[in-house]
Design a protein around this ligand. Sequence first.
Ligand SMILES: *Cc1c(COP(=O)(O)O)cnc(C)c1O
Length: 437
Amino acid sequence: MTAKEQTEIWQRRDLAHCWHPFTPQALWGQESEMLMIQSGEGVWLTDSLGRRYIDGNSSIWVNIHGHCHPRIVEAIRRQAGTICHSSYLGFGHGLASDLATRLVSYFPKDTLTRVFFSDDGSTALESALKMAFQSHVQTPGEEERRHFVAFSNCYHGDTMGAASLGGVGTFFDRFKGFGMEVTHVRSVEDLRALPTELLRTVAGVVIEPVIQGVNRMTPWPVGMLRELRRFCDERQIYLIFDEVMTGFGRTGKLFACMHEGVIPDFLCCAKGLTSGYTPLAACLTTEAVYRKFLGTYSENKSFYYGHSFTAHPIGCAAAMASLDVFEEEQVLEKLPPKIRLIRELADDLVRRNPNVPAARCTGMIAGIDVAHPDGTPYLQDERAGEKACVAMRSYGLLTRPVTHDTIVFMPPLCISEDEIRLAFRAIDSGIRDALAQ
Ligand SMILES: *Cc1c(COP(=O)(O)O)cnc(C)c1O
């Protein structure tokens, strides 16, 4: 069978039986070729027909050290040959002990000290919300704190609780009434303006620190995290950081909260924890929170939450190897010139490409807007971002828009400066091919 015949079989089977996330299935496979990704090496992906592309969005914001990094592959292989899965319910395992110890070691002593593992970003948020809620319920005088404050246009995952925090109407409006009680604010000023009676019922404030991903990669004002910390401290409100996207070097530091030296009460990480190789998530919290769940058996204060694959050994092995790579290859130390180059090339794109009115860069992340040359926004139905991304494929780049008119460039951290230049040429050409009149 030729690669083409094999690919067509896979595509037919996909159309017959598969259902893709966030995908208008009625259009799937109709307007653009259904690529079947077959392998990867470093920042490069290869499809089932042998064509190569730069992984321009780190395989949906997860990959950190590139694909098939030998160090991580070897750790996974070794662990698979030892044991693939054992239960974390009633038993422990060495890798989880080591990984938890290592994760808390990145924060000042006696701040974040406890790690609750789960499977993905949504469940990391879900566990933080439930812990925040339950810990107040179990604190005399604080039982009424069952409300959450989140930010407009935020995104925190798709399970019902995490989704109910979300500030993007398209994703949650139809499920209103399910999930948490949530008030959305746009800024710290909005937060301060909330009625005192409401603030007395708030369990936690949740934020994607430094940059909101799904909100077109929009950075927050510098100093905001410190203000939030002060605000929450004065009112016994927990501060919850969703570092699912920002964690593991994406913003230039290991965690985004390190830009302002602010430690939350809960820090959720997932995507890049295993360098994006396997699902694994962690919710870090403080000893003060942890202690609220201690008690006798009949006091019934335990955190009754968990998943079959909690602290999956292969994920833990991948995460440990990924953190080794950070140290051995001095990954963070090598980022500043790449970060500067991404900003330069993004600014250059805005200057030279008439369909690009603006671009926002934070660390290794760029959000690139597209609009008509006279500045008029595209209508959602025009799907301009999507068309531009499809056109970029023929220049060797894969990425996706995050809204209908913002394109994301967020490569694995190991990308070289030459590969960054290549990617920006593909972005420029793709936008011109798809959108220039
Ligand atoms: C991706 C993402 C999530 C959800 O993580 P999943 O692993 O997809 O469940 C939550 N918060 C942020 C900021 C994210 O980018």
